[in-house]
Design a protein around this ligand. Sequence first.
Ligand code: SAH
Length: 237
Amino acid sequence: MAGIVRFDAITLFPQMFEAVLRHGVTRRAHERGLWELRTWSPRDFTHDAHRTVDDRPFGGGPGMVLMAEPLACAVEAARADEGGGNAPRVICLSTSGQPLSDARVRQLAEEGGAGRGLILVCGRYEGIDQRFIEALVDEEISIGDFVLSGGEIAAMGLIDAVVRQLPGALKQESVQDESFAQGQLDAPQYTRPEIWRERAVPPVLLSGDHARIEQWRRAQALERTRRVRPDLLQPAA
Ligand code: SAH
């Protein structure tokens, strides 16, 4: 039985998460009670007048580093709030993490549905004190080999990808046919009009012959994958 998936975001910018709460598939799934989100600001776990969450890096260098203690207190508060059941998984969004994959997204959706919550730690500035990561983080995840200004967009990418895998979020066939599900990219899609700026839709799609359409789509998907992502076709080492 799939239960409600709980996410806790540790973030200095909780309002950014309205992007997934307020729009589209993730919004509808939230309204249907498939997932929930709580946000925790490290600033609420500081004790000085300025509510300081960052400081200069030891050893020098530009920028600021998020201090371990406010982050740790925020994670511990989220954990305590989740109460009993499975200990939540603490994920830090990071350039140093394993790249997020469709397979990992599906595992996280399954675990989440089975009651293991996900605490998503969002870095900012130059990053996070390594001792916090060693002490409290189970797993670091990257959403790609580029640098974002903060972990929030990465965390929302993860939430969106996980939520669309939850039973009831999408029509089931949508997630089965999508890119990566079968180890390759999706076939190209077309909609009306049949001719747009002198470009016609591939005639097979208008044939009504479902077997031929299926075959054509499979061939297109394979060709596209070979061309742009041959790495997906290599068997895992
Ligand atoms: N100085 C760091 C970048 C810090 S960016 C470096 O060179 O690696 C600030 C925060 O954004 C990071 O702590 C991390 O939480 C988040 N972030 C940046 N890029 C990301 C990515 N590709 N995937 C996931 N999180 C990312």
